[in-house]
Ligand binder design. Sequence first.
Ligand code: A3P
Ligand code: MG
Ligand code: MG
Length: 391
Amino acid sequence: PPQSEETPTPSYTPASEQVHRFPIQPLNRFQGPCASIKRPREVAHFSYDEKHEYRDDDSSISYYHPPDIGADLKEGFQDFNHYEDTTDPHLDSLLRALMRKEKKDGKKEVVDFVTWRGMMTKIMTAPSDMFAEFSMFATSRDGTIYIEEDFPGRAAQRAAEASRPPPRFQSPNQPDHKMMTYWGYKFEVLSLLPTPPPDTPETIIRNRPKAPVSNHAQHCSIIRTAFGPHSLLLGGEVDGLSGPKPPPESDHPIPWIELKTAEELPPRPAHRDILKFERKLLKFWAQSFLLGVPKVIVGYRSKQGILTGVQQLETGRLPGMVRRGTNCWDGNLCINFAAAFLAHLKTIVKGDGVYRIELKKKAGVIEVQEVVRKDCGDIVSKDFTEWRQEL
Ligand code: A3P
Ligand code: MG
Ligand code: MG
């Protein structure tokens, strides 16, 4: 087979023959009323600055201000300042912010699971997406299970994709993957401001279409939530605020927004157009729901990448909207599935071994196996481990 078809060399070897299998089907065992869910509450946050360096503050929070319709999302593509991790980020930034919070409070945050929001999104949406695939590592410390992405695996996969020759029959008007990634970030620049709109000079607002596009800066919120009996700390990027951030002691929901782009629907959409869109809504919903982001703002674009409309969707209303539409996914089922899978993990991930959690495309089963890492990746950072020993 050509080189590009080869499976990337894994960064681990099995530590045991035993493979724990969690079948996704039959789904009816996850139907019915939803496991109780706690509203996510922010416990910590941090920013990455323009160099993607960690900062213990609010400096990279952005504020929503509606973009101008008709803007070209391709503009500035040549100058895209694209950040991609070159070394394994593990859970380091999340644990750094958590450690700071714990030092301030003088006590630890006791939870069952700690992970990035993205890992939970992948687990939650797996039963409704037969093409879903993922690979993660997990380990247990002090009664808490820490889950990280299989970064070496993802890096190897990306390298294999990059070396694959482009499709032979590509229409000259067909944007490639890189361009489509750019659109998403460009939409963010067109829709956000570094300061709240009333404090922002009109010229800055007007000049947004010319502003450089970079994904180095980010703001991450770390929340505590629960899926049934399982408590979790999740960290994830939030795109911006649609209003002032309430003081922590007020316990009001934070008006975060999630920005997303989607291809506009034709004037008279066929069933398959709606299905494609509603399948996308699953990712939008799961991602936003997990961090307690109340609003998803969708930028619709033409095939050529022109912004043709903006729509604000309430995260909490997305499952109902889809139930009444194509019914292609069920939010309660996703939540119950995730709760059941977390219970399953608790029975396996014990001691200080490293476990690999893997779903292969169309496999229909999540496999968990104890492994030995070759890259000595520390899922739990040394600083955090030392701090917890001090406590
Ligand atoms: P869109 O989601 O509008 O395409 P996020 O929406 O999670 O805040 O991410 C912002 C943008 O980053 C995305 O905008 C997309 O352009 C890019 N992006 C995020 N995840 C990606 C992925 N897995 N592959 C390619 N691009 C991705
Ligand atoms: Mg984002
Ligand atoms: Mg977004």
